[in-house]
Design a protein. Structure first.
Length: 426
């Protein structure tokens, strides 16, 4: 029986695996390493986060992004965006040196056992029944791709006409076509820019009345007064961002309705400062304050009926719609989890995301969730690579505690066992 199975091999999964290996746990890691960056982002995209806020986590801090950049003979500099391909290569470098071997197979089922622990099934890569084995604990580090949102009027349309922005490692298939990008965040704005720069006819449709653009980050070394007014954080400058970035443990203690509300409203859609000039120079049709009310096939294309707050504003015909409309972390989007197990988990208010304790364990003993799934519990930093450093060591402490003691998640109204020292802190 395995001590731990990590489902997912992105920044969170690899970081947890690194800490687990250092702790001597018998762990298996499943997934395609850095899949979201290798398979879901086209060439030409850049990281929005600063290099110093984009580290994977190992216990000794020896395998940060700056260390990888040094092996390439370059510096990862503040205020200089990094290509996503560079970041993906960094993640693979980290996986080779700081984590146990990753099994590039898909976990298809996680089922609870009556006596504790889980039965886990992973495909065999050849279309067979796969391998089923036992694990004492499971960490779901599945990233964001299972949770991509597509507006209701566009759901159910064929994939050759509608897709989510996470589904494109190559935009050249859209050359010579007319593409509509829905959304006003970085994914929408950068996708539209790349399409326009390759000659694709592109328009942006967004409910927002205006596009928010981040500003050029100030230098890391600033006069004390400037730094005190707007401190740097891994999520951007400002005290509110500082609280989100530095105090996930305090966020976790807020009432569930407050956490759910902040999760859906904080750090709203915005474009990177370095993208603005390119976007405004190349993307000609930007329809703000509008949304898709209906979509229907029209002679091999799509007709989109658009409305604003004042009513219908007309229709456009397009070859393809790319929805860059965010993510909703709901348990119902995880068919690999046993249905009864999914239904039994406590959730954060009406968010549909599982409630966790201070070490990311759900209400089912031994099942942990991280990344976007944990954001309604721990705050906006869990939506970004930056949150992996806070998460990895705490999850492994929780796993070790689970392997050695009984449940920390008591029934409603019963006192919980004390958590390991430090797990509820900043």
């Amino acid at each position: 029986m395995q001590d731990l199975v990590v489902v997912g091999a992105g920044p969170y999964g690899l970081s947890i695996a690194s800490h687990a290996a250092a702790a001597g746990l018998r762990a298996r890691v499943f997934g395609r390493p850095m899949a979201a960056w290798r398979d879901g982002m086209p060439p030409g995209m850049f990281l929005k986060s600063e290099p110093w806020a984009s580290n994977l986590s190992d216990p000794k801090g020896a395998y940060g992004l700056a260390a990888y950049a040094a092996t390439r003979g370059v510096r990862a500099r503040h205020g200089v965006p990094l290509p996503v391909g560079f970041f993906a290569a960094y993640g693979l470098w980290f996986a080779e040196r700081a984590a146990p071997p990753v099994e590039e197979r898909t976990v298809t089922a996680v089922r609870p056992r009556a006596g504790g622990g889980f039965e886990v099934t992973a495909d065999d890569g050849a279309g067979g029944a796969g391998e089923t084995f036992l694990a004492r604990t499971v960490v779901l580090a599945v990233g964001v791709r299972p949770f991509g949102d597509i507006p209701a009027p566009l759901r159910g349309l064929p994939p050759e006409r509608v897709s989510h922005s996470t589904g494109h490692a190559d935009l050249t298939r859209f050359k010579g076509m007319d593409v509509t990008v829905v959304g006003a965040g970085q994914a929408a704005l950068e996708t539209a820019t790349l399409l326009a720069e390759q000659g694709t006819a592109v328009r942006v449709v967004a409910r927002s009345r205006h596009i928010d653009w981040n500003t050029l980050p100030p230098p890391l070394d600033r006069p004390f007064g400037e730094a005190a007014r707007a401190p740097h954080t891994g999520l951007g400058c400002g005290w509110r961002n500082w609280l989100y970035a530095r105090t996930p443990g305090l966020f976790h203690r807020l009432p569930a309705p407050t956490r759910s509300r902040v999760f859906t409203s904080a750090l709203g859609p915005a474009g990177a400062w370095w993208l603005r000039e390119r976007f405004e120079r190349t993307v000609g049709e930007v329809r703000l304050g509008e949304r898709v009310a209906a979509a229907s096939p029209a002679g091999g294309r799509l007709r989109l009926d658009l409305v604003s707050a004042r009513g219908p504003v007309g229709a456009v015909t397009t070859d393809h719609v790319i929805a860059a409309t965010g993510f909703t972390p709901g348990l119902e989007r995880l068919p690999l989890l046993d249905e009864r197990l999914r239904r039994s988990l406590r959730t954060v208010g009406a968010s549909g995301a599982p409630e966790t304790d201070g070490v990311f364990e759900t209400s089912h003993p031994g099942l942990f969730v991280v990344g976007l799934l944990s954001a309604p519990s721990f705050g906006p930093s869990m939506r970004f690579v930056y949150g992996a450093t806070y998460t990895a060591g705490r999850v492994v402490r929780g796993v070790r505690h689970r392997l050695g003691t009984g449940s920390r998640f008591a029934a409603a109204g019963e006192p919980r066992e004390p958590l390991p020292a430090g797990t509820e802190g900043f």
